[in-house]
Design a binder for this molecule. Structure first.
Ligand SMILES: [Zn+2]
Length: 465
């Protein structure tokens, strides 16, 4: 065992004590060889069925099958999705439910986020447990509670327990398409702005920080994201730390029974573009890459707020909050903006849950003035500069500008307002709104030339001029 594997194993063992469902996690070189032992420890002499797609079956599924067979574990015929357009959609869950309900075999999901989420929900619907063998460091949902599945063209999180065990073999991860590990790296980087959002929500008493799940994600985070170029060059230590971070984030969500430890405003941008069925060059950009752009958008807003506060405190009109709208007005705006009535109703409900009236706003603003020196220090400690963050994404070939995923600047600008509405989660988007500086800050991001504007002024098609 290499020293970085030992280091990861030590932190993971500590984290497992907090997990409601997951009992065993193995991350390391050759970890796949432990599958039979892990399976028996979790499921005794149950039979097993491999769930994979064509690519993940050849990447690891066949090997897992042989390892288990050799060990004498009874194997059902593997279920291999052949649809090249497979994604986390309910019709595939239904297909899997048909397969899994015909026996008591335990599903072993061999694949990345999609296969894992499909298997997680289908297993739960058959009242079975399952285990996960990760083939790419592409998302943080492997060990999370809940499956993210699209139903009736809306992505939703469905109740479903985490896997009993998760295995990530670094040789398999190193062989994954480079881009997939970059998706996961971006999803892990997102925990920086997500953590800052939680700090604000905690400071205002909106949603207290849960120290256990906070610690799982945030304590090792800086170390785990420190080598983006290693991720790109398939360095084993960098991949080990990437998988550790993603699996830790999943365990944190499992512990908190909420995605709060791993997701803030940056994820709301991504969810918004999911709901808008955004495509770039005919394809849906990955979750991680949408979150990369969302993270940059969030960091730019944090910087704009700090600039405003430092340089023109008088523009933050604490106490002069004529900007604050009644909820009926917000409701009207939502109905005008979201043309689908089902979606509009959902958005209204989410927004209502975090709306405060004028009296509470006044109290909250007074509190902000009181706590700002400490809050801003805590935020600065948590956050990373936009440029530094962007440089890290760049090293792993993740997007560094909205157009990299086909989001034009004027659309990104609009997305700030929409992303605030669609989830009840309290983030920097809500904080700047309540302070009455949301528009000033967002406008400053787009006129300053500090972030993306200059880059696009050089485009030959003059699209942004
Ligand atoms: Zn994510």
């Amino acid at each position: 065992m290499k020293s970085f594997e030992k280091e990861t194993a030590r932190r993971i063992q500590g984290a497992l004590k907090t997990a409601a469902t997951t009992k065993i996690i193995e991350i390391g070189l050759g970890a796949i060889q432990k599958t039979a032992r892990v399976f028996r420890e979790c499921f005794d002499d149950a039979s097993a069925i491999i769930i994979a797609d064509v690519n993940t079956y050849s990447a690891a599924g066949r090997q897992v099958e042989e390892i288990l067979k050799t060990d004498g574990i009874h194997m059902e015929h593997p279920f291999v999705f052949s649809d090249p357009n497979l994604y986390a959609e309910m019709k595939y869950v239904d297909q899997l439910v048909d397969v899994l309900s015909s026996s008591q075999a335990i599903a072993i999901a061999v694949g990345s986020g999609t296969i894992n989420d499909l298997t997680k929900l289908a297993s739960y619907r058959c009242s079975h447990q399952y285990m996960s063998i990760t083939t790419a460091g592409s998302v943080d949902g492997y060990t999370a509670f809940g499956a993210s599945i699209t139903e009736k063209s809306f992505k939703q999180t469905f109740y479903s327990p985490a896997p009993m065990a998760a295995i990530a073999d670094l040789d398999v991860i190193a062989d994954a398409p480079l881009e997939m590990n970059a998706w996961g790296y971006a999803d892990l980087m997102a925990k920086i702005p997500a953590g800052a959002d939680w700090i604000i929500a905690d400071a205002l008493g909106v949603e207290p920080i849960n120290p256990t799940s906070w610690g799982l994600v945030q304590n090792p985070l800086r170390k785990l994201i420190s080598n983006p170029s290693g991720v790109k060059h398939r360095d084993y230590q960098a991949l080990c730390f990437l998988l550790e971070g993603l699996i830790m984030s999943g365990l944190a969500m499992q512990q908190a029974q909420s995605s709060r430890p791993a997701s803030g405003a940056e994820h709301q941008f991504s969810h918004l573009w999911d709901n808008q069925h955004h495509k770039h060059n005919g394809k849906t950009p990955s979750h991680g890459f949408k979150v990369a752009v969302g993270s940059l958008a969030s960091l730019a807003l944090y910087e704009a707020l700090f600039d405003l506060w430092d340089n023109s405190m008088d523009k933050i009109k604490i106490g002069k909050h004529s900007y604050w709208k009644g909820f009926s007005e917000i409701e009207k705006e939502i109905k005008n903006t979201f043309s689908n009535p089902v979606e509009a109703a959902q958005v209204i409900e989410q927004s209502r849950q975090k709306y405060i009236d004028f009296t509470d706003l006044e109290k909250r603003l007074n509190r902000v003035v009181e706590i700002w020196p400490e809050l801003s220090r805590n935020l600065q400690r948590q956050l990373m500069g936009f440029s530094e963050f962007k440089a890290m994404l760049q090293q792993v070939d993740a997007p560094i500008a909205p157009m990299d995923i086909g989001i034009e600047l004027n659309r990104l600008k609009k997305s700030y307002g929409l992303a605030q509405l669609i989830r009840k989660r309290y983030t920097i988007l809500d904080f700047t709104k309540e302070l009455g500086v949301f528009e000033t800050c967002v406008n400053s991001i787009f006129i300053s030339g500090k972030y993306w504007e200059k880059q696009y002024n050089t485009l030959t098609d003059n699209r942004y001029e």
